[in-house]
Design a protein around this ligand. Structure first.
Ligand code: G6P
Length: 741
């Protein structure tokens, strides 16, 4: 556009210049022609005037008017009567009118004028003999051709401009494409996997980012053409367009809504503290369908129908929650035992020893079968889409596959997958792998976990691993193994209903006995030993030790939801946290307000509105997991800060650290580093906070949970299509050949 603009201005300027010059030439030319005509005719006219021969005068004028350019000619007497003329003169050019013009011009008149037919040139010259005035010669030259030529010139220039503009635009685009192509080729060469030879060694500055850029480029390339940010609508579109609107069934142990009996006998609805629920609940609201889960609330029985179903969210009724009941013994063996004393510590590097009991695994198998049956009772046809979630149900994909060979089963493992060697200590590792490989797609948060899984299969099963396609073929069936980093809904519905940041802050400062310019640190977790809450409180203690001016002015608020408290390791954690926070608080006293505490350990279930108020009140949020698949608290904090303030200090051992690179990344075991990061967060200038927060918000907004689900469903849709085609087209030539005698 700027190029076209400049060309247009140039074309206009050039036309003006050419027109002016041409007009000056024409005018000069006509003046000269008029002078010539007058001088050529004046001798004859003077003699005829002297002789009083009007006929001869008329003949001379007719001779003059034979020139095409002369429109009219006249001879006037000295008293300005018309003696002879060739044709009608325009008003103002008749002998009578010429008087006015001659008033101050005894030597004659020369003028350019616009008349009805266009531009004309008027010449009035005296006819004299021996100084005596005998009359006047009036000549009118036609100049309308000048205007016609100007118009033609304008048309020509406009045409030429259009052609030049088109050519210039075409050339610009072509040059840009060529330049871009060679640039892309260079970048692609740099980013493409494969050996880095001496010629394609990337420049030093590129190296730290190379891995992330490669990943982003491949992800964006995969999404090219799909267009737009992922939203509930776009996710629904995927379901309708690619999966013929088929409803999905999600299987997850934890239910999205717990109906709980309050002390006064009423039933209240709670949102459980679970990253899995945080992520999947918005997906279900967008897709509808059925969520099959363990009914764990004290009033869960009271609200379901005869088929153990209840519509949720309460009041919105977007999808169905199907509850499965477990006996205490089953829960102890399957949930507390094998899942949380065995698999949980097996998959997390948090230095807790896994406990594997044969009895627990038997319960795990039986309960997996119960849930698989419940899923099969909920599906509609022979090829449903089932999303099997997390380590509680490793055996279910295979159980579903055995009953519905055409089902599309997506298994997602929400926690890390251990290194093959660590995985080897599980006595039932083989069963777990075979169970998971019943799925069409096995998903993890990171590529590292995918690699660990492929390695585990390689070591423990006889299967063909296709590392290029990232898939495993076992028993003639292929399962894709892919990384789908999980996320949260964007925009978060809890932010929309949260009070303004200033109000949240004022209330929190008041509640924790802090001065108006006090500072708040925040931790939000299930009380789990993998979350590094002890290390976090120790880092806070170190912070106050190193920066004593913060005593009385900084409180670390820990919202801790009690979790899995029947397990010794969790009970011990709670006791240790109580003792630790009491010791730290005793050490630093009650501050000038008398109500201040260094650490406020709020051990209770907190509903999302209360959590989001604290997110918005905090100066710094510290996520210190010792090992975490993703950690959605980090992303929720980012979502809560629509004021673009607040600093995230994040453990580098979380999946989130690979994405939220603008957080202050720390090793939570290193108390010096962690306390320095907390101190840096508390003095970080507002602009830097804003810049970091903006970048993280943009990232989470784009890579939200609808994208997570959409990408998995996209892959599932492609697989379904491939399987349907294979069924329709029959076996490939190789298989046919093998069957030939
Ligand atoms: C982790 C697991 C989830 C689980 C959540 C809460 O995030 O991956 O599957 O729901 O912890 O644990 P809980 O045992 O209370 O369900």
């Amino acid at each position: 556009m700027p190029l076209v603009g400049v060309l247009a201005a140039l074309a206009w300027g050039a036309t003006e210049l050419v027109n002016r010059t041409a007009r000056a030439w024409f005018e000069k030319d006509v003046s000269m022609r008029a002078a010539l005509a007058v001088s050529g005719a004046s001798d004859a006219l003077v003699s005829h005037l002297a002789a009083g021969n009007r006929r001869r005068i008329g003949a001379v004028l007719s001779e003059l008017a034979r020139d095409d350019r002369i429109m009219a000619a006249a001879v006037c007497a000295p008293d300005l009567r018309t003696l002879a003329r060739t044709g009608p003169l325009h008003p103002g050019q008749d002998c009578a009118d010429v008087a006015v013009r001659l008033a101050g011009a005894p030597a004659g008149v020369e003028a350019f004028e616009h008349v009805e037919g266009g531009l004309v040139h008027l010449t009035v010259r005296p006819l004299e003999e021996d100084g005596k005035l005998l009359g006047w010669l009036v000549l009118v030259h036609d100049l309308s051709f000048v205007e016609r030529r100007e118009a033609a010139m304008l048309r020509f220039t406009a045409g030429a401009f259009a052609v030049v503009a088109l050519l210039a635009s075409f050339l610009t685009v072509a040059v840009r494409r060529l330049a871009c192509r060679s640039w892309t080729r260079e970048l692609r060469g740099l980013l493409a996997p494969g050996p880095v030879g001496p010629r394609r060694k990337p420049p030093k500055t590129f190296q730290p980012l190379l891995h992330d850029v490669r990943q982003l480029v491949s992800e964006l390339a995969a999404e090219q053409g799909a267009g737009g940010r992922w939203s509930p609508e776009r996710l629904r579109r995927v379901l309708t367009e690619h999966l013929q609107g088929e409803g999905i069934v999600i299987l997850a142990n934890r239910e999205p809504y717990v109906h709980d009996r309050a002390p006064d006998g009423s039933v209240r609805v709670l949102h459980p503290a679970s990253g899995l629920v945080t992520a999947l609940e918005p997906v279900m609201r967008a897709c509808s369908g059925t969520w099959v889960a363990h009914g764990s609330g004290s009033a869960d029985h009271a609200v379901v129908d005869r088929k153990d179903r209840v519509r949720v969210p309460p009041g919105e009724d977007s999808y169905t929650l199907r509850r499965v009941w477990l006996s205490e013994e089953e829960e102890r063996g399957y949930y507390y035992g094998f899942s949380n004393e065995g698999l949980w510590p097996l998959c997390h590097i948090a230095h807790a020893r896994p406990v594997f009991r044969a009895q627990d695994f038997r319960h795990y198998q039986a309960v997996n079968r119960r849930f698989a049956d419940a899923v099969l009772a909920e599906v509609d046809g022979p090829d449903p889409i089932v999303l099997v979630q997390d380590y509680h149900f490793a055996l279910v994909p295979r159980m579903i596959r055995e009953r519905l060979p055409r089902a599309t089963v997506i298994a997602f493992w929400h926690i890390p997958w251990p290194h093959a060697e660590s995985f080897g200590i599980c006595p039932w590792g083989r069963e777990l792998l075979e169970g998971l490989l019943g799925a069409s797609v096995v998903g993890f948060h990171t590529q590292l976990h995918c690699n660990n899984f492929l390695e585990s299969v390689d070591r423990h099963l006889e299967a063909r691993i296709d590392r290029e396609r990232q898939s495993i073929v076992v028993g003639g069936r292929e399962a894709l193994v892919r990384a789908y980093p999980i996320s949260i809904e964007w925009p978060s519905r809890w932010v929309a209903s949260a009070p303004p940041v200033q109000d949240c802050r004022r209330e929190a400062l008041e509640e924790f006995g802090l001065p108006p310019d006090g500072r708040i640190g925040l931790g939000v977790d299930r009380l789990d030993y993998t979350k590094g809450v002890e290390e976090r409180l120790l880092a806070v203690e170190r912070l106050l030790e190193r920066f004593p001016h913060l005593v009385g002015r900084f409180t670390f608020v820990q919202l801790g939801a009690p979790s899995r408290t029947l397990i010794d390791r969790y009970r011990e954690l709670n006791e240790r946290l109580d003792a630790l926070s009491a010791r730290i608080n005793a050490r630093f006293g009650a501050g000038p307000s008398g109500r201040w505490r260094a650490v406020a350990l709020l051990r209770a279930h907190h509903e999302p509105p209360a959590i989001f108020r604290m997110f918005r009140a905090a100066d710094v949020c510290y996520v210190s997991s010792l090992h975490d698949g993703m950690n959605l608290v980090a992303k929720e904090f980012v979502a809560a800060r629509d004021d673009e303030r607040g600093v995230l200090v994040l453990s580098r051992f979380t999946g989130a650290a690979r994405e939220l690179t603008e957080a202050l990344l720390v090793n939570p075991y290193d108390l010096e580093e962690a306390s320095s990061a907390l101190a840096a967060a508390l003095v970080m200038p507002a602009e830097e906070q804003g810049a970091r927060m903006r970048a993280m918000r943009a990232f989470v907004a784009d890579l939200n949970v609808y994208r997570w689900a959409g990408r998995m469903l996209d892959d599932a849709a492609r697989l379904r299509q491939k399987e349907r085609l294979t069924t329709r087209l029959g076996p490939g030539p190789r298989a046919v050949q093998e069957r030939l005698p």
